[in-house]
Design a protein around this ligand. Sequence first.
Ligand code: ADP
Length: 494
Amino acid sequence: MKRNFQRVAIANRGEVAVRIIKACEELGLETLLLHSEADINSRAYRMATKTICIGPAPTAESYLSIEANIRGAIAGEAQAVHPGFGFLSENADFAEACEKAGLVFIGPAPESIRQLGDKVHCKSLAKSAGLPLVPGYQGDDQGVDRLVNEAEKIGFPVIVKAAAGGGGRGMKLLHSREEARDLIESAQREARSAFGSSKVFLEKYLDRAKHIEFQIFGDASGRVVHLFDRECSVQRRHQKIIEEALSPSLTEELRRRMGEAAAAIGALGRYRGAGTVEFLLQDGEFYLLEVNTRLQVEHPVTEMVLGMDLVKAQILTAMGEYVFDDRQMRVPRGHAIECRLYAENPYLGGIPSTGVLGTVEWPEGPGRRFEYGFEKGDEITSFYDPMIAKVIVWDETRPRAIRKMIRTLRDSVIFGVRTNIPYLIEILSHPEFVNGVMTTRFIENNFPGPLAEPELSPAEEALVAFARKHRPGAAAGGVSAPAATPWTGFWRGI
Ligand code: ADP
């Protein structure tokens, strides 16, 4: 069905809001940023055609409020809504509310989100289609005795997950029957307070698995294809930090089988637009983990190896205009890596670092891409996720891409907040990463604690002292000045 729209509302913030605005600009569409009071100093705010404040900083009253977003989109005369990722992007009620209000939801149909986005439902759908699942228990009986018995049957270690959970939160590892009861009860309590439902399920914990996922795409003709794989095994507390395309771990045979399984599950859910099918891979066997019914943070690596614009494709699909052509060769080329840049202190175990950004300089160059939502003078607050930017590189081979990423990170300059750049460089230089053999426990095994502070030479110490003294606000007492962090991405390039 063809559906025309001229103005796209963006129900999101930060770097993904900028990414969506850029795709809209490519298509000659206007944009309406639906933002909170805390995001007036941001790149997306400055770039959007129109902006509407939909509420205060706390997410429940702004970015997570279905009503506030719909009201804002209508008041700002948008005809379509892009939810980005996170927030309401996988909320079937939001997709439905958009359609009811006459707004085109740029994403899958609400029924697809319900079928595939719900972890338990998705597993039963996949099971009926004969797709491999991690052994586990997804039953309705949520009595603790039953869950403990099921965990024993599966065999410890077992992972307990919130059925409505996401983002790596709400998971607990059970090592034995003795500790299972308490941990299951606390997982249920946490699930209720974080996700509004205490329902949990159990899975065998795979202790040497790789996280491999497939991009899927349902075009306007109803066909679902896969757009190859990404490896996201570098994770901290079950959250991805570095992603790459393609995975260095798949044989062509595995790639074909996993890709077919991914497209098949998408077709079962009548999937439309961009989605991701996540798997764990261990000892040559793959298991379905879940389906993310939205654009993924790491979508740029797929774009880089395929030469595609996935956000543009999403918008055109919502217009009813994007159809894959069989003659259009989807052939991956070279290798792409993405690093998530967090405003955090790597020397203090990654505690968030907030403040006003000083000079920020991205070292542009061939095959380098920077996705960022904040610039000099913008404030990084503690209200939202500390991911402030993504750095993506492409090169002809994986070793070259790794070298390019290290150089690019070294030459990135970010004043005003601490970043995880030193940590990323350590990871990228680690032999396990270089050889592509890392599992999801790579960080836990190799970087269990904070990084050691680098030793500064006397000359560097003097420069730091000088920079501290002359930082903005220092002359006026420096009380309101941001935490001085002059060596973040500074002359040493760390
Ligand atoms: P979320 O939706 O919160 O992101 P996922 O189910 O996608 O949760 O899992 C996130 C990560 O947690 C995985 O990439 C993996 O590292 C780890 N994980 C999840 N389930 C298992 C499992 N059964 N065995 C081992 N690791 C797991």
